[in-house]
Ligand binder design. Structure first.
Ligand code: GLY
Length: 366
């Protein structure tokens, strides 16, 4: 079916057939008009298989991840294998305190990791949550997808599964992360039995982590056939309650891909994405004709509107950060962020680089 014939389908019949149609091809501009949707950002018809633009996008901490994944896709690798290989670099990096080895621990000083993968061509997904002692939770999540009938394993069950598959157990708490956690614990409450050390005994770096960070990496990639996959992996909110699970391992919240439409993944305050099922909603907005940027900004606006008062600043704006990385089937992409300035990483035919995120609110330099 070409795009011109789709235009002529009467609205009632089009809507009745919409599920089947979407499984085959994304909505065209004309078909979306017929369905009464916002099409302001809809771009040209899709390329043929073999001619889609190869793209890999990621959170800002994934510059090398996007390069690695892009090269793997160019060599003909599966898009999910490529994205997982990319984020493994960051999971292995002791200097990234938001992901894998070296991630900041929970309030008890124990590193608990969350990760999920989603494979566009098969619409399969796998995830692990609150996983201890395994530095590549994204690899375990992929095995959950490939070698179980389940989607999500948590805690001890996830660890048992990883052990069964031969993953090596190791202490994920680096000295740097331990020192940051210890200072957080010591300086938390003036009335408890921990005493804050004098400044001269402190590594100056630990104080920069006093505002609890929510790092994470999301990575999404598309190949020349327009197949899209993605993964999100994190150590979650620093100093979280033991057992707290964020959005990253929850399909639809921390990541989502519909191979006919595009993908969305997130970093930042996971609770906001759990409450708004943000990533699948963003993909649905793209299906309805929004560009990646408009879809992402719309989700941020909804989250800002839904935020409770204790999470707002004096001007009523969310006092937390949240970003989305969106990739549309036609190759359009965007990073969007609640607070700017912010950037995201991309590798495509133009090279590997950071680009600025579109933002809802700008921080004013003091
Ligand atoms: N978005 C990561 C987390 O909240 O755990």
């Amino acid at each position: 079916m070409n795009r011109t014939t789709e235009v002529s389908v009467p609205r009632r019949r089009f809507l009745a057939n919409v599920t089947g149609a979407l499984a085959a091809v994304p909505l065209t501009i004309a078909a979306a008009h017929a369905a009464g949707e916002d099409t302001t950002s809809r771009s040209a018809p899709l390329p043929r298989p073999g001619q889609f633009p190869v793209r890999v996008i990621s959170s800002a901490n994934g510059l090398d991840a996007t390069r690695t994944a892009y090269e793997a896709i160019l060599k003909g690798g599966d898009t999910l294998d490529a994205c997982v290989a990319g984020v493994n670099l960051v999971e292995d990096d002791p200097n990234d305190t938001s992901v894998g080895y070296g991630g900041l621990p929970n309030e008890d000083g124990i590193v608990e990791l969350d990760a999920a993968v989603m494979h566009g061509p098969t619409h399969q997904a796998g995830a692990v949550a609150a996983l201890q002692n395994i530095k590549n939770p994204s690899k375990v999540a992929k095995l959950v997808m490939e070698q179980t009938d389940h989607v999500l394993l948590v805690g001890e069950g996830a660890l048992k599964f990883a052990r069964a598959h031969g993953f090596k157990e190791e202490d994920l708490l680096t000295e740097r992360a331990r020192k940051i956690w210890l200072y957080w614990r010591q300086s938390r409450d003036k009335d408890d039995d921990w005493i804050e050390p004098p400044d001269e005994l402190l590594d100056p770096e630990v104080k920069t982590f006093f505002k609890r960070p929510t790092g994470t990496i999301h990575c999404a990639g598309m190949n020349t056939n327009g197949d899209i996959s993605c993964t999100t992996t994190t150590s979650g909110l620093a100093f979280k309650l033991a057992g707290r699970v964020g959005d990253s391992p929850i399909i639809g919240a921390g990541l989502y891909v519909d191979n006919a439409v595009g993908s969305s993944g997130s970093t930042g305050r996971g609770e906001a994405n759990l409450q708004n099922l943000s990533c699948s909603t963003a993909v649905e907005l793209m299906r309805g004709g929004r560009s990646p940027k408009e879809a992402g900004l719309e989700i941020l606006r909804r989250i800002a509107a839904n935020s409770v008062n204790r999470l707002r600043d004096k001007d009523g704006r969310p006092n937390f950060d949240l970003s989305f990385y969106l990739l549309a089937k036609n190759g359009d992409y965007a990073g969007v962020s609640m607070w700017g300035p912010a950037k995201f990483a991309i590798t495509d035919e133009k090279g590997t680089r950071h680009e600025p995120c579109a933002v809802l609110f700008e921080r004013v330099a003091k």
